[in-house]
Design a protein around this ligand. Structure first.
Ligand code: GLA
Length: 434
């Protein structure tokens, strides 16, 4: 009996080594990078704040002085990002979306900020944002107009890139409304990328190129990655659970296409974090945070940092979850399984660690138990031959040492997620664990 167990254990270990080798070979084989946009930026997903989902195109500073798109709003958010732990947590880019512009270009054809709402112009705002140790993002559009109808960049790519660089802008979100043709769209995205590069300033380039090609044309992600630091694939996020579910469904249905292309320098962008707003329950906010970490998504919050609950703030600033999002290996996770209204997602991390997210999608009843066998995780290697497991969300707790052949039973709240981190159990980690 004893010999049989030993033999089985050694066979299991051998199988483990073979799997480990295959996995390493795969990791080394498909590390993207050499063919990413060569601007040295976004080596991990961009983190920051973007005004669109929460503040939209509110230009009425008379009626709504506290929430209109204005210099004042961005200065207040910059101040809070620096003073309330956001910057320290990694949220660095403060980004302006649509509706910052004056309705017309200036006499020399340059874009200009609305003079009433941005009395000091973008230059003064950029200086202020930089003085807080942050970076400034701006918005423009590849077509004839922005989506909200302000001047588009078509015919002005070089002038606009130069203007942004002179102002001290550090990120450009380039939208895709009002393009006459698919050729205009593709040429425009490429030309703006080259124009930004020529300015010599480091400017993260955030695209919506694939979103505007679909469903009529198939995006060439290899090409898109050569020009953009991140790219939106899917419709705008709303402050609702339905919207989060749509984004997750689209991502998992297209994962074979979009995951291999993500990596340091270029990321799939499932759109803003809406945590801290009105539409998501606590469990749904946990789900968004966990899954955006698994998807290696840019973490661009769109909320009101002046009015945010301590719970939402702690969730958004959770350093263990952010560490998964920012993992230096830069491999995007994927959906492993969907069964009985549960989904299991996983993501490979540095040092053969894994993140695993289990979502309970059933919207009736209470918490449900999900039992997962550890052999099925991390392509057979997540816990091979054994591992230390820490639950990170919804609350942090150590789940201890586990063997490959064991299984884990986890309770998950309706529409909530349990996020785990699996690590190899070597001597040091064992010591730190206890
Ligand atoms: C599009 C984009 C949004 C936002 C708006 C602004 O819909 O996808 O993210 O930038 O335009 O008008």
């Amino acid at each position: 009996m004893m010999t049989a167990t030993v033999k089985l254990a050694s066979r299991v270990r051998r199988l483990g080594y073979v799997l480990a080798f295959c996995f390493l070979a795969q990791v080394l084989w498909d590390v993207p990078g050499t063919w990413a946009l060569n601007n040295g930026l976004a080596r991990t997903p961009t983190m920051g704040w973007l005004h669109w989902e929460r503040f939209m195109c509110n230009v009425d500073c008379q009626e709504d002085p506290d929430s209109c798109i204005s210099e004042k709003l961005f200065r207040q958010i910059a101040e809070l990002m620096a003073s309330d732990g956001w910057k320290d947590a990694g949220y660095e880019y403060l980004c302006i979306d649509d509706c910052w512009m004056a309705p017309k270009r200036d006499s020399q054809g340059r874009l200009q900020a609305d003079p009433k709402r941005f009395p000091g112009g973008i230059r003064r705002l950029a200086d202020y944002v930089h003085s807080k140790g942050l970076k400034l993002g701006i918005y423009a559009d590849v077509g004839n107009k922005t989506c909200a109808g302000f001047p588009g960049s078509f015919g002005y790519y070089d002038i606009d890139a130069k203007t942004f660089a002179e102002w001290g802008v550090d990120l450009l979100k380039f939208d895709g409304c009002y393009c006459d043709s698919i050729k205009h769209l593709a040429d425009g995205y490429k030309r703006m990328s080259l124009a930004l590069n020529r300015t010599g300033r480091s400017i993260v380039y955030s695209c919506e190129w694939p979103l505007y090609m679909q469903p009529l044309f198939k995006p060439n992600y290899t090409e898109i990655r050569e020009y953009c630091n991140h790219w939106r694939n899917f419709a705008d996020i709303y402050d609702s659970w339905q919207s989060i579910k749509n984004i997750l469904d689209w991502t998992s249905s297209n994962q074979e296409k979009i995951i291999p292309v993500a990596g340091p320098g270029g990321w799939n962008d499932p759109d803003m974090l809406v945590i801290g707003n009105f539409g998501l329950s606590w469990n749904q906010q946990v789900t968004q945070m966990a899954l955006w970490a698994i998807m290696a998504a840019p973490l661009l919050m769109s909320n009101d940092l002046r009015h945010i609950s301590p719970e939402a703030k702690a969730l958004l600033q959770d350093k263990d979850v952010i560490a998964i999002n920012q993992d230096p290996l830069g491999k995007q996770g994927y959906r492993l399984r969907k069964d009985n209204n549960f989904e299991v997602w996983e993501r490979p991390l540095l040092n053969l660690a894994w993140a695993v997210a289990m979502v309970n999608l059933q919207e009736i009843g209470g918490p449900r138990a999900y039992t997962i066998s550890l052999t099925s995780l991390g392509q057979g290697l997540g816990c091979n031959p054994d591992c230390l497991i820490t639950q990170l969300l919804p609350v942090k707790r150590k789940l201890g040492f586990h063997e490959w052949t064991s299984s884990l039973k986890i309770q998950i709240n309706p529409t909530g997620t349990v996020l785990l981190r699996l690590e190899k159990a070597n001597l040091t980690s064992l010591k730190n664990f206890h």
